[in-house]
Design a protein around this ligand. Sequence first.
Ligand code: NAD
Length: 295
Amino acid sequence: MARVGFIGVGHMGGPMARNLTKAGHAVKVYDLSEEAMNFAVQSGGKAAASVQDAARGVEFVVTMLPVGDNVRAVFMGDGVLAAADPGTVLIDSSTIDVESARAVHAAAAERGYAMLDAPVSGGVAGAEAATLTIMCGGDKATFEKARPVLQAMGKNIVYCGGPGLGQVTKICNNMVAGIISLATSEAFVLGEKLGVARQTLFDVISTSSGSSFILNRNCPAPGPVPTSASSNGFKPGFRANLMLKDLRLSQAAAQTAGTATPLGAAATAAYALHVTRGHGELDSSSIIKLINPDL
Ligand code: NAD
């Protein structure tokens, strides 16, 4: 079993750190938030006094932070890269821009540390149940070394390629999910407006070419899927403001890569409008409210 330092124990990191403890790893936790720290310590983590303290004397450091700037700040300067023991494997599971991920990889390599970008999908429920999909970028040997730690937090552990390619994979998936959620919303509102019952639309689309994981698990129209967020007051789930964040990351990546993402751009604009209307804390499937505010 390994010694792990876990930095950023919020909605996702908290349950992920708890699953590491459950699997028998010795986990030191650190977060700026007192509330997050309390939860992590009650879940079996040992409180670290600082980023440096969390990074010292462990074999793995896992970070689960909001955005690229947080990840740069925690690793660079006098952060993790200045404090971790030689040979420590660094795993950043935050969803961040590809540029920051690659910059942190490069800084880690310069100091002789092996690193993975390892963003996750599956939301808080997946973090709690240790069923996350974890998309890893870095070298293959590091991936194999990190596997036992990753397996305590997720179910599908996927090697995506070199530095940053875990982030690229995650952003591509979420861009598709955002587009499909919006497209499905448009279809339900249109069909119902012209007189087709919501359930009939669901029964047909879910068994036809318009079917998708989004439709079957997280149908934006309330009712047909009782366990979906839409059938439960759009309680998240995966929040609309996180979907917007990931769509924006996809647009930044598309600009760097020089590829066209017309539907990704449309979905980004739609989610931006939806969030400015005050729906950022609702599940991402609430995008249907942009098409029909009465839902
Ligand atoms: P969160 O805000 O709940 O947790 C982030 C934690 O990081 C907070 O507790 C914050 O205090 C802490 N933090 C920030 N800066 C810090 C620093 N310098 N030192 C120590 N702690 C610091 O966010 P979350 O929902 O857990 O998301 C974390 C990451 O996971 C994000 O990148 C998000 O996009 C991604 N993600 C979230 C979900 C989801 O459903 N919530 C799903 C997949 C991926």
